[in-house]
Write a protein of this length. Structure first.
Length: 151
């Protein structure tokens, strides 16, 4: 039987797929629809969601994550605000992570906000502290997740 599986695989008639282990994912996001989007994308994994800066700090302080997904604008008033409110946005978490290099050191970090200017400020802050972080516009995030964590 093992011989037949091996032969079929070599001929390309049987695919070999390895299951990956569940990962721990952290999401900072205020949009409930996006919460559901992430729940579907990471079905079978462990997903923690925070929608405030204080909730994010608490979860990030007590758990280790493989991936962090950070939104910038956490309240409707931030979406088109003429000025920044860094203490109540994802920028506060980026700054906190940059100031605490021992926190979530091995995590893959994606900033997925619609606010490109806020996203780049977050990414720059994280990169200045030596962390790998990237901005991925939300419409492209599904493909990026598939690339990193294939099922």
């Amino acid at each position: 039987m093992k011989f037949m599986r091996s032969l079929l695989s070599r001929l390309g008639l049987k695919s070999i797929a390895a299951e990956r282990h569940p990962i721990r994912v952290f999401l900072l996001e205020d949009d409930k629809r996006r919460h559901q989007w992430f729940v579907k994308r990471f079905a079978g994994d462990h997903l923690d969601i925070a929608d405030t800066v204080s909730g994010a700090r608490e979860l990030l302080s007590t758990n280790a994550y493989d991936a962090l997904f950070l939104d910038h604008d956490l309240h409707p008033e931030h979406y088109h605000a003429p000025s920044t409110d860094d203490e109540r946005t994802g920028y506060a978490i980026a700054t906190w992570l940059a100031a605490n290099p021992e926190m979530q050191r091995a995590s893959t970090i994606f900033v997925h906000t619609r606010n490109a200017e806020g996203a780049m400020r977050m990414v720059e802050q994280l990169r200045r502290s030596g962390r790998a972080a990237e901005f991925v516009p939300f419409p492209l995030l599904g493909e990026r997740i598939k690339h990193y964590w294939k099922r």
